[in-house]
Design a protein around this ligand. Structure first.
Ligand SMILES: *[C@@H]1O[C@H](CO)[C@@H](O)[C@H](O)[C@H]1NC(C)=O
Ligand SMILES: *[C@@H]1O[C@H](CO)[C@@H](O)[C@H](O)[C@H]1NC(C)=O
Ligand SMILES: *[C@@H]1O[C@H](CO)[C@@H](O)[C@H](O)[C@H]1NC(C)=O
Ligand SMILES: [Zn+2]
Length: 301
């Protein structure tokens, strides 16, 4: 049977119209990601999540938390291992304003592999699925985690799924389902290094200011480029949850204390996004949660 595996998308790129083909499998992953986001129902950041219900309200292993160096358990932990993080991803990539964040589903690499991680205290091999951001406003910092009582301007989340589960939906039902890497950004006047990969994403933000709009990214991008030049040998790790409804307690968190310096003029593009009500999508971070006696581990180099 003939199977039509490519969809054609009319995309506006630069000053010319161009047809950019989006592979069927990637489009299906984007649709699934959207469905997962919508299955949680309507939610917003009017009360920083304090009005969210269900596990968001009753859970005892919730995220974000304040990561305090002096309260963490400093033990010898294997280093985090990155696989295919240096391999170019299939393009085009699609970045979407889903009303809660700017989100990009991560496709396979050009040679058909998944960027993945293991090591640390991770309970298995975890495959990169998507990346999104949490931010504040021109006068407030918007990271979700705090480190030693300090909130940063932006927090990037790279979401990974345990490869033993088929879908994100299934993974969220298990405590070892997901692994998320959290990277803090500090808004700076000038950039000290290139951040080529992040710029590719941020340069498209003006095209996705409206709810449900999307933009495509072409050219060479690796997942590793998103980490810039931060030190990945030191990190906090603990058991927590998704920071959006349904707040499933399925996440092994890894948050790096090394902060990525990124130009304020780039970060400012996030503040122009709009939510489903056409309100500015700003301060899309959840309030800090109780640790309830959880152990936070710290890996020092
Ligand atoms: C980590 O993942 C890599 C790549 O998938 C795999 O080859 C390796 O065996 C895994 N290591 C462990 C300790 O599971
Ligand atoms: C991107 O937006 C266009 C215009 O609204 C739409 O036709 C297209 O289906 C969207 N693409 C994806 C991958 O969602
Ligand atoms: C998460 O919880 C499991 C089960 O209790 C435990 O074995 C593991 O060490 C915890 N991981 C972290 C990073 O706290
Ligand atoms: Zn997030």
């Amino acid at each position: 049977m003939f199977c039509f595996s490519f969809w054609w998308l009319l995309a506006f790129s630069g000053s010319t119209f161009a047809y950019i083909e989006i592979p069927g499998a990637y489009l299906a992953a984007i649709r699934q990601d959207r469905a997962d986001d919508q299955s949680a129902g309507e939610y917003n950041y009017d009360e920083q999540g304090d009005d969210w219900t269900g596990t968001c309200q009753t859970g005892v292993n919730q995220t974000p938390i304040d990561l305090i160096f002096d309260d963490s358990k400093i033990v010898s932990i294997p280093r985090l291992r990155f696989y295919n993080y240096d391999q170019a991803l299939q393009t085009p990539l699609v970045i979407t304003n889903n009303g809660h964040t700017a989100n990009m589903v991560i496709p396979l690499t050009r040679d058909g592999q998944r960027a993945s991680i293991n090591g640390s205290l991770l309970p298995g091999d975890f495959e990169a699925q998507s990346v999104h951001f949490h931010w504040g406003s021109p006068n407030s910092a918007g990271s979700e985690h705090a480190i030693n009582f300090e909130r940063y301007d932006v927090e990037m989340h790279i979401v990974h799924k345990n490869k033993i589960y088929d879908t994100i939906g299934e993974a969220t039902l298990h405590p070892d389902g997901l692994a998320v890497l959290g990277v803090m950004f500090r808004a700076v006047r000038r950039q000290s290094s290139q951040h080529y990969g992040l710029n590719k994403i941020f340069n498209q933000l003006p095209r996705i200011e409206q709810y449900k709009s999307n933009a495509t990214i072409t050219g060479r991008l690796t997942v590793g480029q998103l980490l810039g030049n931060i030190v990945t040998g030191e990190f906090f790790t603990y058991n927590g949850s998704l920071t959006t409804p349904d707040c499933a307690e399925a996440v092994t968190w890894t948050v790096f204390p090394d902060v990525l310096n990124y130009p304020r003029r780039q970060i400012a593009k996030l503040w122009n996004l709009k939510d489903s009500r056409k309100n500015p999508l700003i301060n899309n971070y959840r309030s800090l949660q109780d640790t309830n006696g959880r152990v936070v581990y710290y890996r020092a180099i």
